[in-house]
Design a protein around this ligand. Structure first.
Ligand code: PLP
Length: 399
């Protein structure tokens, strides 16, 4: 039998999903696992959103949708981009996909040839590594430092750009570090990009509504002269607790959107009509819930930071947004756990935490930044508190 395509050998399962699957399997064996592995709101999808999906199905909105999204949803997204991003795209400069993930896939597949370089500030969402590998692109990492709040250093960005650079991936608030962009940093990045006209940007703003310190700024609004090469991406998964509905969207230059629509039309015929109706209700309905939910995540961020302070060997930069904590585990390296696990790197720490403390986390290497672990704080307060206690007990028992 013939082998599979080379791109399959380059493709990996995201470590977050792999860890979540292990946590589920251990739970099925009867172990009381607390999973902080996956970045998914525990809060429910709002009722009026569910009602809208139900109503759409009942009303016969059950036929193939247009590939780029329904008229109603693209118009609602255009209004949302004006409201939150201070961008004013016409509805036909909006593309709807099966999650931010498909939008990013479309965008990368539309521009990356094998060997093209993609600049990825790290730590970064594991999904970027998957799609760049799939496309045959070459990830070029720009490591952030905890001391600089995991922000991007413009001089390092400038130095990393070569004639083969095609794309820069920006993600603020950041998964996994929680860093939020400030105007000075975005302006410094824009200054660099003005000198390098061949570099496009994906601004992945999927956590735009989850900011505790600082304010949300859309890169295309900070640097409108670069708008012809910036794709602004967001979605309903994180903001409205709609991960399972699979709905993301973007706006950007027409030629890029046209190419992306071809990619999307090749793999799917657009997003489920009921999910699109639900997204219209989310975007056009009451928005107070965004503020209320942000407060909940802020409280959990504070709870986790305070609780992790009791875990010797972990040091955590304060996340300014999103719903993750990304502590350094350097202080645990070289130690041995109570049951004899040698802790040589972040994989060992995540593994030992799972097996001994029964807490699922994800090693930082999955986010191209070893020496850390990521904890999702999108879990109930009591589960978070219990998980942190278990982690602190684990750290205290090391020798
Ligand atoms: N971008 C980032 C930074 C993420 O963390 C995620 C999900 O974890 C996504 C995009 C994709 O979200 P979705 O496909 O659910 O819209």
């Amino acid at each position: 039998m013939s082998s599979f395509a080379a791109r399959i050998n380059r493709t990996r399962t995201a470590a977050t999903f792999a860890m979540a699957a292990r946590a589920r399997a251990l739970r099925a064996e009867g172990k009381h696992i607390l999973s902080l592995a996956i970045g998914e709101p525990d809060l429910p999808t709002p009722d009026h959103v569910i009602e809208a999906a139900f109503g759409a199905a009942r009303a016969g909105d059950t036929k193939y949708p247009p590939i780029a999204g329904t008229e109603a949803l693209r118009a609602a997204i255009a209004r949302k981009f004006a409201r939150d991003q201070h961008l004013s795209p016409p509805p036909d400069e909006v593309l709807v996909g099966n999650g931010g993930k498909q939008i990013i896939f479309d965008a990368v597949m539309a521009v990356i040839e094998p060997g093209d370089e993609v600049l990825i500030p790290t730590p970064c969402w594991a999904g970027y590594l998957q799609v760049v590998d799939f496309a045959g692109g070459k990830p070029i990492f720009l490591p952030g430092s905890a001391n600089a709040g995991f922000r991007i250093d413009a001089a390092s960005l400038d130095a990393a750009i070569t004639p083969r650079t095609r794309l820069l991936l920006l993600n603020f608030p950041n998964n996994p570090s929680g860093a939020v962009a400030d105007r000075a940093m975005l302006e410094a990045i824009a200054t660099v990009l003005r000198r390098h006209r061949h570099v496009r940007v994906i601004a992945d703003d999927i956590y735009e509504h989850l900011i505790f310190d600082g304010e949300y700024l859309a890169f295309a609004a900070v640097a409108p002269d670069l708008a012809d090469r910036i794709l602004t991406v967001s979605g309903v998964s994180k903001s409205y607790a709609m991960t399972g509905w699979r709905l993301g969207f973007c706006t950007g230059p027409r030629d890029w959107l046209r190419a992306m629509t071809l990619v999307q039309g090749t793999s799917t015929a657009g997003v489920s009509t009921t999910s699109q109706a639900a997204a219209v209700a989310a975007l056009e309905g009451p928005q107070d819930l965004l503020v209320e939910r942000c407060q909940i995540y802020r409280r959990r961020r504070d709870l986790v930071l305070t609780a992790l302070a009791a875990a010797p060997g972990l040091t955590c930069t304060k996340p300014e947004g999103a719903f993750y904590a990304f502590p350094s585990i350097r202080g645990l390296i070289g130690r041995t756990s109570r049951t004899g696990h040698a802790l040589n790197d972040d994989d060992d720490v995540a593994e030992a935490l799972l097996e001994e403390a029964l807490v699922a986390t994800v090693p930082g290497s999955a986010f191209a930044m070893p020496g850390h672990i990521r904890l999702s704080t999108a879990a109930a307060d009591d589960a978070l508190a219990e998980a942190c206690t278990r982690i602190a007990d684990f750290c205290n028992a090391l020798h």
